[in-house]
Write a protein that binds this ligand. Structure first.
Ligand code: AMP
Length: 281
């Protein structure tokens, strides 16, 4: 496994690989890697000749300075984990390398970036688009893998690529959510949970699994959102920020009887840790 800290040598390496017709898969991460990230690496390994993983805690996507400061960082362990999982190239740039000057680009993507996380984390998706566009531009992968854990992020990245990167010919590939044995969606932020909060967190996925069952049995949007609110409120550690049932492509809210192609997205504070999860109906 080769590690690059700078753009120019990485591009040179990738150009050499591409000249040998090697297929490149790419996984963008913010580090503190876990089995969810590794599932993306494994998919990339299966579908490409070379897997590139980036580790970069992107400051422009944090709308909360404290959240950025306390975001878990563990580069040495990340490198070991990637080595053990047959990653070929790791890119670990500094903030100065990625943003030699302030990125003032504003991505206008309409409702897909304005609902849910767009509403509750103003500026978040603009920062995501800034970094993802830079990384896709540098690496120019054949396939870029994103987890459905961040369901809306995939829709935003697809819309960004379509509108702002017409020359990008790679695929944006969604990958399923990897969960703990008890159902909790893996997340770097889970490391912030104390044992009691960790126990409480299980109720989030449990609630979503129940929602799927309710939807299969014909429940309406209102019945489901009422259930989620009530169920999450039963645990004193949890505080629901939002529950939204959205069209799986447009992410616009759906009401009344549910279509099959909807996604239920929730954001829950467990203590001061903000956790997101979702389930496709
Ligand atoms: P992050 O490091 O949180 O920015 O995540 C990097 C990539 O890993 C994103 O595409 C995430 O959606 C994906 N990811 C994070 N957690 C999971 C998970 N539990 N299952 C699948 N993919 C995940």
């Amino acid at each position: 496994m080769e590690i690059f800290y700078e753009i120019t040598p990485l591009k040179k390496k990738l150009a050499a690989l591409k000249s040998q017709s090697k297929k490149i898969g790419f996984v963008a991460t913010m580090g503190a890697l876990h089995a969810g990230h590794i599932s993306l690496v494994e998919t990339s390994n299966r579908e490409n000749d070379i897997t590139v993983v980036s580790i970069f805690v992107n400051p422009t996507q944090f709308n909360n300075k404290e959240d950025l400061e306390k975001y878990p960082r563990n580069t040495e362990a990340d490198i070991r984990l990637l080595e053990d999982n047959e990653c070929d190239i790791v890119f670990i740039p500094s903030v100065e390398e990625m943003y030699p000057e302030e990125d003032t680009r504003v991505f206008e993507l309409g409702s897909v970036a304005e609902v849910m996380e767009g509403k509750f984390r103003p500026g978040h998706f603009n920062g995501v688009c800034q970094i993802v566009s830079k990384l896709l531009d540098i690496i120019s992968p054949d396939n870029a893998y994103f987890g459905q854990k961040d369901y809306q992020q995939i829709a935003v990245v697809k819309a960004m690529v379509k509108k702002y990167m017409p020359k990008f010919k790679g695929n944006i590939v969604p990958c399923p959510i990897k969960r703990e044995a008890d159902g909790l969606a893996l997340s770097s932020r889970n490391s912030h949970l104390n044992p009691e909060q960790r126990k409480s967190a299980v109720l989030i996925s449990k609630t979503l699994f129940k929602v799927k069952e309710m939807s299969d049995n014909g429940a309406t949007q209102k019945e489901i959102t009422d259930f989620v609110k009530k169920n999450i409120a039963t645990d004193a550690n949890l505080c629901l920020e939002y529950v939204e049932i959205a069209d799986k492509d447009t992410l616009l809210p759906v009401e009344g009887n549910l279509p099959v192609n909807a996604v239920v997205c929730v954001t829950v504070f467990d203590g001061s840790t903000r956790l997101i999860d979702n389930i496709l109906l």
